[in-house]
Design a protein around this ligand. Sequence first.
Ligand SMILES: NC(=O)C1=CN([C@@H]2O[C@H](COP(=O)(O)OP(=O)(O)OC[C@H]3O[C@@H](n4cnc5c(N)ncnc54)[C@H](O)[C@@H]3O)[C@@H](O)[C@H]2O)C=CC1
Ligand SMILES: N[C@@H](CC=O)C(=O)O
Ligand code: NA
Length: 942
Amino acid sequence: MGTITVSPSNPATSFRRRTPDFPNDSLSASTLPPRKIFVQSFAGGKLAGRPCSGAMRIRSSSERVKKAVSNNHIFSSVADVSLNQATETSKVPKGEMWSVHKFGGTCMGTAERIQKVAEIVQQDSSERKLVIVSAMSKVTDMMYNLLYKAQSRDDSYTSSLDDVFEKHLLTAKELLEEDDLERFLSELQNDISNLKTMLRAIYIAGHATESFSDFVVGHGELWSAQMLSYAIEKNGKPCCWMDTREVLIVDPISSNQVDPNYEESEKKLEKWFAQRPPETIIATGFIASTPQNIPTTLKRDGSDFSAAILGALVMARQVTIWTDVDGVFSADPRKVSEAVILRTLSYQEAWEMSYFGANVLHPRTIIPVMKYNIPIIIRNIFNLSAPGTMICQQPEKEDGEGMISESVVKAFATIDNLALVNVEGTGMAGVPGTASDIFGAVKDVGANVIMISQASSEHSICFAVPEKEVKAVSNILQSRFRQALDAGRLSQVEVVHNCSILAAVGQKMASTPGVSATLFDALAKANINVRAIAQGCSEYNITVVLMQDDCVRALRAAHSRFYLSKTTLAVGLIGPGLIGGTLLDQLRDQAAVLKESFNIDLRVMGISGTKSMALSNSGIDLMRWREHLKEKAEKANLEKFVRNVQENHFFPNTVLVDCTADSDVANHYCEWLQKGIHVITPNKKANSGPLDRYLKLRKLQRKSYTHYFYEATVGAGLPIIRTLQGLLETGDKILQIEGIFSGTLSYIFNNFKGTRSFSDVVTEAKLAGYTEPDPRDDLSGSDVARKVIILARESGLKLELSDIPVQNLVPEQLRDCASSEEFMQKLPNFDDGFSKQRNDAEVEGEVLRYVGVVDVANNEGAVELRRYAKTHPFAQLWGSDNIIAFTTQRYREQPLIVRGPGAGAEVTAGGVFSDILRWKPQSNHTIQVLLDKLRELGNSRF
Ligand SMILES: NC(=O)C1=CN([C@@H]2O[C@H](COP(=O)(O)OP(=O)(O)OC[C@H]3O[C@@H](n4cnc5c(N)ncnc54)[C@H](O)[C@@H]3O)[C@@H](O)[C@H]2O)C=CC1
Ligand SMILES: N[C@@H](CC=O)C(=O)O
Ligand code: NA
């Protein structure tokens, strides 16, 4: 930057503009000698007699700028003459009295918004307010564009400068009036004309130094600060504005980094405050000066940084960063629709989050305030009712009302477009310097290592670098370690492309066991393969590397586990017929209770019939699911349906409920379980289908973390499968299972008493919703045979459906009817035959009962119509009752009997519903609590 000399031509001072002028100020700027501090006083009761500093006002002139540019002095340093001449020194008021606000470009985007900012500032009742503003939105880009054009000798820079002028002119006209407007416009015109001169010089030189550039781009803040200051004053509130180049001194570290120089800034601030400014100060964000008084900027996110440094300098009570979001989200809301606004974040957590690209604060913004434990609050200017996120020391409690603290893992973030490099070989173990050699090589190609992991066996080191840098990294490692590779001391330098990092951030992770277990469990259940893991000793974050294709799913799975998982379940329902429809109604009726009392959030993300399906992004409104299915339907497509239910939203708990009787749907269960989707069904086709498919399904279910529940396939809602599993799991041995497994046939034979014809009773069973979609499946015995097979297989028998002899009650002539309707129509023709069988039994004092038997000891089963004495328990049934007797080693003398309605919409749907709720990890206890509560609420079916 050359030798620093003191010269009056430093734009940091020479361009310093006037603070709002005061109408009756006896001292007129133009009549005063330059470089003298103005003490402003408001007449008319505004700020009478109050001494006020603001930006010091040495009226600049384009002539001086031109001269300075031509003398090449323009960025020579100059002491802040006005400040240096301030003889009066006063201590800067510090501490709790200060509230610091920062308003970003969006907040300052229009006259209306600036006005709103003015109101917010005024509403803050703090004793002293320091308000840092960015340039109006887009202005900084416009300024950079001007520079770029001038440097590229593009003549249109002049018209671009006109645009900048126009934008501020229009805003000011809308915002300000009379004298204020006049004064602002006069300053604006001055600045624009100076800029014109300067840009012309840049145009001629075809180059702008960094200082030139910083000087030019910083104008946006100068103008926005002035406008806001005028707007606040307009409402009668004393206010002045601060050109932070007079106060904020920073040491440049590199082309994109500066360090605050607190000592120098402190001195400057002292001098600035010597002029005793009013309680409200509007300061320019982003811009500062070097110790040599050369204008500079605070680089990226500079205004936040300005606010943090100034907040620290005055030891403010708090720093509020106003933006256009409600606060810091627990994950990127574009990827995780369930992301929540965090009420609090510790400084370290915010730090970690911002490193991982979360749109929080730049890490350096946190450093100045951390020192004094000054909280930073992120708030939404467009939603004042949102409390925002407070970044502070690790808070003990969620909020002042003693609410429980947020999740141990506060937030999740991801970084995409990474590659994993794995350097592996036995020759690495115990050889000091290997890591240094590896990372030395990586440094030599200028690659940025994002995470490193080495297992204690020292057999391999893996690290992640940006994808675009991995080729160079791989090449240099291959060449540096050529000898070791050739000699076999290193086995490989492997590159895994298309990786992402998922980071879980939370300060409390450090003292909470089981966090990583929970995280990895969530990933495992989502079938996501973890390629590498890293956790520093600070335990503020756990970082996992995974394939990029899995990243969003992983993010959602992990997020849901810590924020929603135990409570949120994405449901896809296939087959909204009698059972499916009743289930949807039950879900609708219970949704509120589940959510309010048990924090279980069931979302039906899709409903699919044979021809059409309805999908939703956030959950179908179950009050209107039928209408939704009609109005919002699209052509059914099972693949798309499943994808929507699982992937679009990714609640790690995804359940597909198959309420069809379709084998084709059942054929997909394996694939769904493999994808981490739980399957719940009353459909018997999978468990009674081909044995090899069944065995594969069960193996997969055991191996995967996903659930496959099918309680309603036998005895509808009755606990048959669970009872059997309970016996087996606790070591009992099943000898025989015998019973009436068909609600339809039970109903038919319980009601076929000679008063109504057989076909009439079948029609009643159908109307009552007991039958299969085609009642011949019941009458043929195939439905019972399926149940027998299901129980036989559950008991360990490897039987096919065809191994079960079945007595078919469907008359020969009706077996080939094209439809169930035709069958029902023709059935009355066979009533006499059925009446005869019933009468024959009656004569013997017996009843007909259609039973199924699983004879475990003999590895066989049977399904047949039997006659039982009227005193037999099977003869005592009512309605659609099923009765199932388990004879086991423990229940040898007296079988364990389960009895109750074994068909019908409500009980079956209730059984499916209960299976849905079983997915919960802590199912036993919670479900018990849940069921107790539901019972308490008068839900008899539970
Ligand atoms: N009704 C009852 O009491 C009991 C029924 N079940 C079982 O529940 C299941 C459903 O029975 P219901 O509701 O009575 O039958 P239903 O015929 O009323 O409903 C089945 C629904 O599935 C739809 N469907 C069929 N194939 C489909 C496909 N590939 N994709 C999408 N949708 C498809 C149909 O259009 C219909 O809406 C059956 O598997 C049945 O065995 C189990 C226990 C008791
Ligand atoms: N149709 C079946 C329904 C239950 O599985 C029956 O009648 O039992
Ligand atoms: Na059951």
